[in-house]
Design a protein around this ligand. Structure first.
Ligand code: FAD
Length: 428
């Protein structure tokens, strides 16, 4: 039972966005409930990285300095780029700690997920812990009343509802009053995860070239396809993602989309037939290949309505080419935590709605640009260079990684607006 003054928050979706929002919002006199449709017994077998803009928030703003030790994460030391003949043509060391004050960290998704879940629900952390309800699928939401209806008919009410229900979000339809479907982007990703011992035994040439125990992200680049690879779980596992244009897969672009669809190894081998022979050894020996058909969203007209706001992929799904999808969900969560920090007692609908508008205003421009840049970066080099993105990739990396939370962002934006105003007056 909640007390009459307690601030009640429902988060729909227990993915990275939902769990991060629960961490950011947990506080005394707040009741945070996460509703997750699955039983959370399995997570997708793949690696995921967080960039310095997100690791800084977790470690420094939220004070979770146990992030690396308690989550089995690996600091990425750099990128190794191979050409189609299998020669390493570039090694770019990552000096993010000196450059941006925080690291890029890689995980098995399961490990990052488990860590965030513990931090959201543990009694050992400050503030009232969140409650996680699994097997609780939300089927609709009344944004004005803050009421969510579960598939079994149960209705739950909150002062604030957060839609962190991923790319196929149900809450997005409630917030926008219409259905907005994710867009095919023309790309798909094969993914494999193999024990490093298997690689050493069955693909020794691969292991000699790539050195899978070393904490580097390796990429083999061709005109329209690329392999992106890296270690996870203390280098016991090695992850390989093959980014390919959809037409190379002969898949039906309208078929149901899922993160757990099985890939066809024959098709994958055919697609990567011009890649170095040592990469083929791995593809031939993989007994389970997953397939992601990559979809994203155009920037939405709004993320909020009444007591409800969308965050994460529900609000701004993007291509993985900048590795920023999950990092942007951490930024969303930080913005919610910071902008609601002054609200300690049950807020009115108008108070909630006004903060949600602030969150949207602070986040929308930055996330939309990163969405656009992620699309741009997926195109073959010859087609890159849109009219919209004026920054070079290294400038964009600075733009992504120097973010220091919503207050700092707002300050910088106001300063930029004042400077622009002064220049306009001077010109006039
Ligand atoms: C190939 C690929 C590689 C990627 N690599 C990276 C990377 O290296 N770094 C990075 O930052 N990002 C990466 N991303 C993107 C990143 O995975 C996503 O942006 C991020 O996981 C989004 O988190 P989310 O919580 O918003 O959504 P999700 O992870 O999809 O979580 C949504 C949750 O909501 C639950 N749910 C859905 N509907 C309901 C409902 N109706 N009721 C209750 N629960 C519901 C789901 O079961 C799920 O648990 C990658 C994506 C792809 C496709």
């Amino acid at each position: 039972m909640s007390s009459p003054t307690q601030f009640r928050i429902i988060i729909v979706g227990g993915g990275i966005a939902g769990l991060a929002a629960a961490i950011a919002l947990r506080k005394d006199n707040r009741q945070v409930t996460i509703l997750e449709q699955s039983r959370l017994s399995t997570e997708i077998g793949a690696t995921i990285s967080l960039q310095p803009n997100a690791t800084r928030i977790i470690q420094q703003s939220w004070g979770l300095d146990n992030l690396l030790d308690d989550s089995n994460g690996t600091i990425d030391h750099g990128f190794r780029i191979y050409n189609i003949d299998g020669k390493m043509v570039n090694e770019i060391p990552l000096r993010y700690k000196t450059q941006y004050g925080a690291d890029r960290i890689m995980w098995h998704r399961q490990d990052l997920h488990a860590y965030l879940r513990t931090m959201a629900t543990s009694t050992k952390w400050e503030g009232q812990p969140a409650t996680l309800r699994t097997s609780s699928r939300v089927s609709s939401c009344d944004c004005e009343e803050g009421k969510v209806t579960l598939e079994d008919g149960e209705v739950l009410e909150a002062d604030l509802v957060i839609g962190a229900d991923g790319i196929h979000s149900v809450l997005r339809t409630s917030v926008l009053g219409k259905e907005v479907k994710p867009k095919p982007t023309g790309f798909s990703a094969y993914r494999l995860m193999l024990p490093t011992t298997v690689l050493n035994e069955y693909a020794p040439q691969f292991a000699t070239n790539i050195k899978p125990e070393e904490p580097y992200t390796s990429m083999v680049m061709a005109h329209s396809c690329r392999l992106i690879m890296g270690p996870a779980c203390d280098a016991q596992l090695y992850s390989i993602v093959g980014l390919v244009p959809d037409e190379r897969m002969n898949e039906d672009p309208d078929s149901a989309q899922s993160w757990v669809t099985k890939g066809d190894s024959g098709k994958m081998l055919e697609t990567f037939k011009d890649f170095p022979s040592w990469t083929q050894d791995v593809l031939r020996n993989a007994d389970s290949i997953g397939l992601w058909q990559l979809r994203d969203l155009d920037p939405l007209e709004t993320w909020h309505s009444g007591r409800v706001i969308l965050i994460g992929d529900a609000a701004h799904a993007m291509l993985p080419t900048q590795g920023q999808g999950a990092s942007q969900t951490i930024e969303d969560a930080e913005a919610l935590g910071t902008l609601f920090s002054h609200i300690t007692e049950r807020p009115s609908r108008d108070e909630v709605s006004s903060v949600l508008e602030d969150v949207f205003k602070c986040r929308f421009e930055r996330v939309s640009l990163i969405q656009q840049f992620s699309r741009e970066a997926a195109k073959p080099a010859t087609e890159q260079g849109s009219n919209v993105i004026k920054m070079r990739p290294d400038e964009f990396m600075d733009y992504n990684c120097t973010y220091r939370g919503v207050r700092d962002w707002e300050e910088k934006r106001s300063m930029a607006a004042i400077t622009a105003g002064i220049q306009t007056v001077a010109v006039a």
